[in-house]
Every structure is written in structure tokens, then in C-alpha cells.
Design a protein around this ligand. Sequence first.
Ligand SMILES: [Zn+2]
Length: 215
Amino acid sequence: MSSSELAAAGARLVEAGLSPGSTGNISVLSNDDILMSGTRTSLGALTDDGIAVLDPDGRHLGGAKPSKEWPLHAAFYRRDTAFRAVVHVHSASAVAASCLEPWAEHSAVPPLTPYFVMRVGQTPLLPYRAPGDPKLGEDLFGCPWEIRAALLANHGSVVVGRDLDEAVDRAAELEEACRVALLTHGLPRRELDPDQVAELAHRWDSPWLEPAPLQ
Ligand SMILES: [Zn+2]
């Protein structure tokens, strides 16, 4: 894994409009080390000098100063060794959805389209913490459900993937799911029913529980 792949993923996020004002951060595992965009770097113009190298516990091994949001990344890697890349963004629809009451405890975002269920899966809302608060990582690590994505209250989204391409695609799919949820918010909308969701989740091996939505 090279820093150029991290730069390419950053550029894709910017092109997709997911990094307003150069916000957000991305990382990828290289062996067991975390290569992560540095603090105050632009995701659209990442260079070798702008990439931090951390060990799995977050110790800074070299390169740029890491983003203060590194605990989010380390927590996702600790949860499941199959995941090799993390994307965290402050994209508008994900942020807006993170400011609403969650649809259900296990997913802030309702299952309105098959693609959200297949490609993202249940996406719980983690409680508000100031950016950089290490408790954000603890909240994510302690999340009791299988997840590949979460919303951070009044802040943004974080997703994982088996590689950078999958993580970037997942961040884009979650952004669209949040946008569709916002466009239909308050309207007499039709959600996928629990059987439809369960069938999709099973067929696509996507994480989704089936408790009733919060009232
Ligand atoms: Zn953030």
C-alpha cells in the first residue's frame, strides 16, 4: 500500500463533493501500521509529506502530525481485522442526518433503498463528542452491533472498507442514503419492510438487525 493510493482516494472524495472545505480524514493499513491524512492537509492534494504513520495504538511513528480524529480510525481497525481502510467526512447530508433524531437505535438512517442496505448496512448514531475527543473512538469500539458505518451526532459520518475503494464508495452511498432520507423526511414515505431488509442483508452479507423503529 502506497501513499499515492491514499492520495487517489482523497482526490475521489473531493471530486464527489464529500470533503467541503478540505475537511475529513482517511486512512489505510499498511501491514499493521496506519497511514493517515495529516492534520490540516487537503484530501484533494495529499502528498507524502502530508501523511502520518501511526501504530495500531495511535502512537505517532513518523510523517505528518496525524489528524486529531485518529481514535475513530484506530477503533474501527480494532473491531475487525478484515477492514483495511477508513473514511471520515463532514459531507452535508450526512451531517444534516446526524442532527436529526435517529430512525432506530441500530440505524440512524432508515432503509429506504436496497443499495443502502446492501452496500452500507445499519448505521447507528454515536453520541455527540467534541472533535478529537478520544471517547469518540471508545464509543465506536463499544458499539454492540456489527457495523461498517456510523453517524457522529452533529458532526458527520465514518465508514470502513476492505480497501480504500470500498470505503470511498461506502461513504458516497451513505451520503446518498442520508440525502434521500432528508428529502423524504416528514412525508408519508414507504420504507423497505423488515422482510425486504432481512432478505437483502442476508443475500449481500450486510449487517442489519430487525428491531422496531423508535417511536
Ligand atoms: Zn470530523
